[in-house]
Design a protein around this ligand. Structure first.
Ligand code: ADP
Ligand code: MG
Length: 498
């Protein structure tokens, strides 16, 4: 009983109330506006130089690569021009040793080699003709999805601002990441031109806009994967800092005719000063012991890289709890029948290792409806090296998981809701379309439902507005989106518009 009570108390620390939600939205709207006006703000509001969204009629074959944080993907995409496409892809995990290294070229040459392997495998004729008779075949346009904060200064040019998600390669900071990749591609003599630098959020937005039926365009692309971020369609005239940026960059050319600019919010850094974000002891210690304390504070409460670690810290706190009767993952004696359950945790358990618990564990526990939470106990046994855990323990874990997951979804609703409100699309168009991508939103049970529940509690959306918000998974979003942006870049160059 004491354990259940204590777990309940801890779960309550993660509650994010209706009042919190509305304060969050208000602050998010203020930071959105501030970011459009000047540079160096919490929300970077980065102009992407993508000034139009596709309508589903685009055609051609393009390459795309995606460095997401966990995996590196290479794909080729053929657009059929009728909202459909075909895609071939390969995926490898990025070796940890390349994430934290002194040399940027180690990471970028790894990527170029993956592209080479992909071409040999899936475009062998094209590749071999090019190697035998250079100049005979055309170059592939490649969209480079790079999901880290970059200061984009042109459609295929952008300087890395900082690493996130556990990457740390000092040498690359401030460098043009397209150039870094093109250099390694050139070293392998591949028929590939890096045509577009794509944030995965913009790719998601483009992909959703291409595939969603009808000709209405999508408002927002949002990622809930290793990290979290969003990009949305803004009126060019609302991007007040644009004139200043144009001047600084010596007048980068872009198509002004649409009157639109897709803006990459970099909302992972929303409220870094913790004015409105919740801040439990587990959030605090996670941040303190991270490699970027005080930064990406929103992301640290919302995304896949962090939820498992929040859970681990909460579980440890419960395990180390000193109150009498609160026994979590420890031997328990039952007064009724004089029985003792013996629970052991292997000293090598990931419970004692930073980043030891993957967020996919939360999805499994949240979903567990089995008798006596048998599945959760199996996970404890298999992944956490905890043997003979009691049902009480599993119940406590489930409470914590639910609280952490639900808080993440409600925080996600703050960002999504604020963008919807700012766009005024519910009033002007009668609906707002959102494309989402990332393992967390795809696999965490009920993530979208919790987001929708929160939308209904947000002033300016409410139960009526919530019904007018469409959310669609943009599967393979970043690959397709990158291809679409490579196409836009290619066409603009051909037409002499840039
Ligand atoms: P990336 O961010 O590299 O594009 P993903 O979108 O697949 O890749 O996100 C990976 C993140 O999602 C990791 O932090 C991982 O812990 C988390 N994750 C993977 N599977 C699941 C799952 N089933 N439920 C919740 N989170 C998951
Ligand atoms: Mg991704």
């Amino acid at each position: 009983m004491a354990l259940e009570k204590e777990a309940k108390r801890m779960a309550a620390e993660f509650e994010y109330t209706k009042d919190d939600l509305n304060k969050g939205v208000k602050e998010f709207l203020a930071e959105m506006e501030e970011g459009l006006e000047k540079q160096g703000t919490h929300l970077s509001q980065i102009p992407t130089y993508v000034t139009a969204v596709p309508n589903g009629t685009e055609k051609g074959t393009f390459l795309a690569v995606d460095l997401g944080g966990t995996n590196f993907r290479v794909c080729s995409i053929t657009l059929h021009g009728n909202h459909t496409f075909s895609l071939t892809q390969s995926k490898v995990a990025v070796p940890r040793t390349l994430m934290e290294t002194d040399s940027a070229s180690e990471l970028f040459s790894f990527m170029a080699k993956q592209i080479e392997t992909f071409l040999k495998q899936h475009h062998a004729d094209h590749y071999e003709t090019h190697m035998a008779k250079p100049g005979e075949v055309s170059y592939f346009d490649l969209g480079f999805t790079f999901s880290f904060p970059v200061e984009q200064v042109g459609i295929n040019k952008g300087r890395l601002v900082r690493w996130t998600k556990g990457f740390s390669i000092q040498e690359a900071i401030g460098k043009d990441v397209c150039e870094l990749l093109q250099k390694e591609i050139k070293a392998l003599n591949l028929p590939v031109k890096v045509s577009a630098l794509v944030n995965d959020t913009v790719g998601t937005l483009m992909a959703r806009s291409y595939t969603s039926p009808g000709k209405e365009s999508t408002l927002l692309g949002a990622i809930f994967g290793t990290g979290t971020n969003g990009a949305y369609v803004e009126k060019l005239s609302a991007v007040k800092k644009m004139a200043m940026i144009d001047e600084q960059e010596g007048g980068t050319k872009y198509d002004r005719s649409t009157g639109l600019m897709i803006v990459n919010t970099e909302w992972g850094s929303f409220d870094n000063s913790l004015k409105v974000l919740p801040d439990t002891p587990y959030d605090q210690s996670l941040d303190r012991e991270s490699n970027n304390p005080g930064i990406q504070m929103f992301e640290k409460r919302v995304s896949g890289m962090f939820l498992g670690e929040i859970l681990r810290r909460a579980m440890l706190a419960l395990h180390n709890h000193s109150s009498p009767g609160v026994s979590f993952l420890k031997d328990k004696s039952s007064a009724d029948n004089d029985m003792t359950t013996t629970t052991t945790i292997d000293p090598d358990s990931v419970l004692f290792k930073q980043w030891g618990i993957d967020t996919s564990v939360l999805s499994i526990v949240e979903e567990d409806q089995s008798d006596h939470l048998r599945i959760t106990k199996q996970i404890l046994e298999k992944d956490l090296m905890v043997s003979s855990a009691a049902t009480e323990d599993a119940i406590a874990i489930k409470m914590l998981v639910h609280a952490i997951g639900k808080r993440a979804a409600r925080l996600a609703a703050v960002a999504l809701g604020a963008v919807v409100i700012e766009s005024k699309r519910l009033e002007t168009e009668g609906f707002a379309d959102i494309g989402v991508d990332g393992s967390l939103v795809e696999y965490y049970p009920g993530f979208e439902d919790y987001i929708r529940e929160a939308f209904r509690e947000i002033e300016g959306i409410g139960p009526e507005g919530e019904k007018k918000i469409r959310i669609g998974l943009a599967k393979d979003g970043s690959g397709l989106g990158a291809a679409l942006i490579a196409l836009v870049a290619h066409q603009a160059e051909k037409a002499g518009n840039v």
